[in-house]
Design a protein around this ligand. Structure first.
Ligand SMILES: [Fe+2]
Length: 726
């Protein structure tokens, strides 16, 4: 059959018609029906395979993927596929899975697509806590207990389809990724600059997932400057902390043992309050691994065996704002990390003789950069830090401290507040999509993606995850408290010293704007209700739900007896859902799609001695990147791309404030309208303020070719999501 477009014989068509440009955009629509046909062809359709004897009274069923128990290894359904094909399958499958969980929740009228108006006793039946025995902290248990193993009717059996979704997601990965199309590495030129070139070519041609700029486009991506700056303006700007005396003295003692005089001079020269730390030394304690055992994953055919250290990086922050890395412990193996309340603390100050510690040859940000590119042992050590920060950021800060803590807030509040209570009215707009998204994460993303690219095995990852939850300190993490505690005094944030930490300046301003709005709304409500916070049974129930052993088990949640305490707690809930999640979520693409910058794991064990570390060359770094297991690279690059999608206008914080204003006007709530108007005005001002904070940085992080100086734009209110929606 002739092609009608090029056929002169076909009326209405001319042979001169221009040909369509090559299909290069990842946003090119895909026909769902055809895609589903392909998935079925690969054996990746939902089926009755788990309960074939449905008509005969049921069949043993293993239930949902569970981090606390052993699940059989997933079947491999695809022998060989290209990077591009696999990425496309992963993208569409995960989007479909999110829709599927969204539908389930909508069906149950949890995060319903139409307004619900249930009474508290009804909500208590709908919003039930899990028992905390599935490897995750307490969360919403949407499927009624007992129902998940009933298969005697199609309604109950349908739950089982959800339990297959994880298996479906795991099924998209082949045994081998071929290098035919779109792969970010090659068989012939795997050097770090070669990988950078391939990345640039992919972004240039907008191939596959490479549709946006990433740090690999910067010639200087690997430098001390770019490495350090990521701990202030990267995806995890939340954990860098002033180093304790024990840490500083321990590094000094180790430097003395190694004869590193320059390091000791640099430390002694630094002004007080200038030595900062990124401390992952607690990983073993948090994951319940012995102080000398290796941290590694299980070995599987498609994802190999993977490793991480428990690294520590020491930095100096100059008065002009430049953060500079001075030393790195690649894998901390001393037995002196003790848990004190909610914190892991280093308790001794001697040399770190059981750990491999390397000191930067460049002891100041102003030292010559001539040797930086080929200082392979130091570059390897920086990679170890990035791998640790990947774990702490993705699992600890992003998943637990935003997604899962906010879920606890939602379940606790739904079980405690009537729908017309002001706290409920203030909080529920910030819960959009969060519950179904988290369920999808627990059943598919975490067990089938995160676990397959992390450097820990299932039990240890689950332990680590739970530790991050149970040590979450509610009041210490209120932004003003958090910044002071980590060595960023609020009164000095406008000093040049903190110019490269716009996260802190932005977040303080945002915190107080939200707080002002919350305070105005609560003050008016309690005045009208003629009651006090202390006597408000609904608030007291919420506190109980949050702290209780049968509830969220967040023991640091404050007792709330004053209006001020309630204002802070409500501000915190909104902070976590909106500005904080935005700050830790939407920069993943820029910093993580180019995998050498921030790999999720190391593909080989870490050096056991300084001599071994000092012998490393470029080829050893290449060897330790997850190159031979293309699936690991693909997921490490792809998931950040998927999770960084732009926030639509109807889901940003400004639209929330504008709509709240309109609603308060409609119901003639003058005080509420005034508060919402002030909040909206604040957001307008913050938009400008945040640009100024970004422009005052003196380290460039923006992708090359970006006009202007605006670099840290992630918190722009126009891009700030109203809730945890991805
Ligand atoms: Fe997220």
């Amino acid at each position: 059959m002739s092609d009608p477009v090029s056929s002169d014989a076909t009326p209405g068509f001319s042979a001169d018609l221009p040909t369509a440009p090559p299909d290069v955009s990842s946003s090119t629509p895909i026909d769902t029906g055809v895609f589903n046909n392909r998935m079925r062809g690969l054996g990746l359709g939902l089926s009755r395979k788990h309960f074939p004897s449905l008509d005969h009274g049921g069949h043993p069923f293993f239930g949902a993927p569970n981090l606390a128990k052993e699940n059989p290894e997933d079947k491999i359904l695809i022998d060989e596929a290209s990077f591009e094909d696999t990425a496309l399958r992963l993208k569409l499958t995960y989007q479909q899975i999110l829709n599927k969980f969204g539908s389930l929740y909508d069906f149950f009228s949890v995060d319903s697509s139409v307004a619900t108006d249930f009474k508290i006793h009804e909500k208590r039946k709908l919003y039930k806590w899990s028992d905390g025995n599935d490897g995750y902290p307490p969360h919403l248990n949407i499927i009624p207990p007992g129902d998940e193993t009933k298969f005697d009717d199609i309604f109950h059996a349908s739950y089982s389809f959800y339990f297959q979704l994880g298996e479906m997601l795991a099924g998209v990965f082949p045994s081998i990724i071929t290098l035919i199309s779109g792969a970010p590495w090659s068989l012939s030129s795997n050097t770090l600059s070669g990988l950078q070139q391939i990345n640039a070519n992919l972004v240039d041609s907008k191939k596959g997932i490479y549709t946006e700029a990433n740090i690999g486009l910067r010639e200087d991506w690997y430098t001390d400057e770019q490495f350090a700056q990521q701990h202030l303006t990267g995806p995890n700007p939340t954990t860098i902390t002033l180093a304790s005396e024990n840490w500083i003295n321990s590094f000094k003692a180790t430097a003395e043992a190694q004869g590193k005089e320059e390091f000791i001079k640099a430390i002694n020269k630094a002004s007080e309050g200038s030595i900062y730390i990124q401390d992952y030394s607690y990983f073993r304690a948090a994951a319940a691994v012995s102080p000398t055992a290796d941290l590694s994953s299980d070995k599987t055919l498609r994802f190999g065996k993977r490793y991480t250290g428990a690294s520590v990086a020491l930095f100096v922050l100059d008065n002009d704002g430049k953060l500079h890395p001075l030393a790195i412990v690649i894998d901390y193996k001393e037995d002196d990390i003790k848990k004190e309340d909610n914190y892991f603390v280093k308790t001794t100050a001697g040399p770190m003789s059981n750990s491999v510690t390397i000191f930067n040859q460049r002891t100041s940000a102003s030292d010559s950069t001539a040797t930086e590119a080929e200082d392979w042992p130091w570059r390897y050590a920086k990679t170890c830090i990035q791998v640790c920060d990947w774990h702490r950021h993705e699992v600890g800060i992003h998943l637990v401290h935003t997604h899962l803590v906010e879920e606890a807030v939602i379940v606790g509040a739904e079980r405690s507040f009537k729908n017309d209570h002001i706290v409920y009215q203030l909080l529920n707009p910030h819960w959009l999509k969060t519950l179904s998204l988290n369920q999808a994460a627990r059943e598919t993303l975490v067990p089938k993606i995160i676990l397959n690219i992390a450097g820990m095995d299932k039990i240890h990852l689950s332990n680590y995850l739970k530790t991050e939850y149970y040590t979450f300190h509610w009041e210490d993490l209120y932004i003003p408290n958090d910044l002071e505690r980590r060595g960023f005094p609020i009164s000095k944030l406008n000093d040049d010293k903190f110019r490269n930490y716009p996260y802190s300046r932005n977040m303080v301003a945002m915190w107080y704007s939200i707080r002002r709005f919350v305070e105005a709304m609560l003050t008016e409500w309690y005045a009208c209700e003629k009651t006090t916070v202390k006597d408000d049974e609904q608030v007291q129930n919420w506190v109980k739900e949050m702290k209780d052993d049968m509830g969220a088990r967040l023991t640091s949640f404050p007792d709330i007896t004053t209006l001020d305490q309630l204002v802070d707690a409500v501000t915190m809930c909104i902070h976590i859902a909106s500005p904080q999640h935005t700050a830790v979520n939407y920069l993943q693409e820029y910093y993580q799609v180019f995998v050498p910058n921030k790999p999720s794991c190391l593909a080989h064990p870490l050096p056991k001695s300084l001599e071994e570390l000092e012998k490393l060359k470029e080829a050893d770094i290449i060897k330790t990147l997850p190159l031979d297991k293309g699936n690991v690279w693909l997921m490490s690059a792809y998931i950040p791309h998927l999770l960084s999608m732009l926030v639509t206008e109807e889901q940003n914080i400004k639209t929330y404030a504008r709509t709240e204003l309109q609603y308060r006007k409609d119901i003639q709530d003058k005080a509420g309208a005034k508060a919402a108007q002030t909040f909206l005005d604040d957001l307008e001002k913050l938009q400008v303020e945040f640009q100024k904070n970004s422009a005052s940085m003196n380290v460039e992080t923006a992708p090359p070719g970006l006009p202007g100086t605006s670099q840290y734009t992630v918190m722009d209110p126009r891009k700030m999501a109203v809730s945890i929606l991805i």
